[in-house]
Design a protein around this ligand. Structure first.
Ligand SMILES: Cc1cc2nc3c(=O)[nH]c(=O)nc-3n(C[C@H](O)[C@H](O)[C@H](O)COP(=O)(O)O)c2cc1C
Length: 313
């Protein structure tokens, strides 16, 4: 997810969920505009290859030539899978006829998948769609377009572009996509607990289920492990360490990234008595100190001492 699922966060989640529980992960979208994205940018999004699970590199764009050449760079950078984003509802994406704009024209969607699949023969290409642009009447056409383009798997976020991130979800749209294609389908949208993962598979017939925001608040959601308040605090301190290690410039910046997770946080009993008591903390050091206290560790954040001296307040 954009702004969150960089390697610093993704690796911590992968480390806590065995491959049987968490089969793979994806980078945030890499925007392809009018020049191919260089290999070094792809490497930054992928990070070091530390876990058995495949990490897909997601591309979003509408220029077929640039997408195809970017896909070649993604493979060169070590991407196990190249995923194509046809779901982003942001105005910037729509202006560039990218993301969910493709949902208006299944034939163009198919051409986009085909252009990328042709560029990297033998390498898996997957496509992620929403259930439609304004409504879900063409779910089947969209799913078939991704399959006809040569994708190995279809991921469907069951909300339409118009529905953005509304609370209500309709998983029957996932079931319709499953019925329309022969490739594996990964269902997405509205999974808020470990039990929902199985419920989605049972109700829709999808082969895989993808978790979005709930994973930001419960990194153990795939595994379903019971977690304590201390585990939760340790995760957040590990995340702070990882952000500092990757060059996040200030304590304030790191605290902001932790709060991005705390908005969604559900694991352990960390957000008791109130979530607001965490979110309203102004002083980053106070936040780190409170986490360290809950984690039962002597100092915080558990920075690499060599880096600590370089981190401005
Ligand atoms: C902050 C944010 C960033 C996102 N970035 C991406 C992205 O880069 N690529 C993508 O395919 N989906 C992205 N999504 C959509 C999620 O992957 C997912 O499809 C959506 O949140 C629905 O799943 P959920 O109900 O489990 O959250 C993003 C969602 C959010 C909230």
């Amino acid at each position: 997810m954009e702004g969150v699922t960089a390697p610093s966060f993704r690796d911590l989640v992968l480390a806590r969920n065995p491959p049987l529980a968490l089969g793979g992960a994806c980078t945030e979208f890499v925007r392809v505009v009018d020049t191919p994205v260089p290999v070094k940018v792809m490497r930054r999004h992928l990070g070091p290859h530390r876990f058995a699970q495949p990490v897909s590199l997601q591309l979003m764009g509408s220029d077929l030539e640039c997408l195809a050449r970017s896909a070649i760079h993604a493979v060169e950078a070590g991407a196990a899978v190249v995923d194509l984003n046809f779901g982003c509802p942001a105005k910037g994406a729509l202006r560039g006829c990218a993301g969910s704009a493709a949902l208006k024209d299944p034939r163009q969607l198919e051409r986009t998948v085909a252009a990328v699949a042709r560029a990297i023969p033998g390498h898996p290409v997957t496509g992620k769609i929403r259930a439609g642009f304004d409504d879900a009447s063409r779910v089947e056409d969209l799913a078939r377009a991704v399959e006809a383009g040569g994708a190995w798997m279809l991921t469907i976020h069951c909300r339409t572009r118009a529905e953005a991130y509304c609370d209500e979800v309709d998983w029957t749209r996932i079931a319709r996509a499953v019925s329309a294609v022969a490739i594996p389908v990964c269902g997405n949208g509205g999974v808020s607990s470990h039990a929902d993962l199985e419920r989605m598979r049972a109700q829709t017939g999808c082969a895989h289920a993808m978790v979005g925001r709930a994973a930001l608040g419960d990194p153990w959601i795939f595994h379903g492990a019971a977690t304590t308040e201390a585990d939760a605090a340790r995760f957040l301190l590990d995340y702070a360490d990882a952000l500092f290690a990757t060059g996040e410039p200030s304590k304030k910046g790191v605290a902001g990234r932790l709060k991005q997770l705390l908005v969604h946080w559900s694991a352990g009993a960390l957000c008791r008595p109130t979530r607001e008591s965490w979110l309203h903390m102004q002083d980053p050091q106070e936040l780190f100190d409170r986490l360290a206290l809950v984690a039962g560790e002597g100092r915080c954040p558990r920075l690499n001492p060599l880096l600590a001296a370089k981190v401005p307040a």
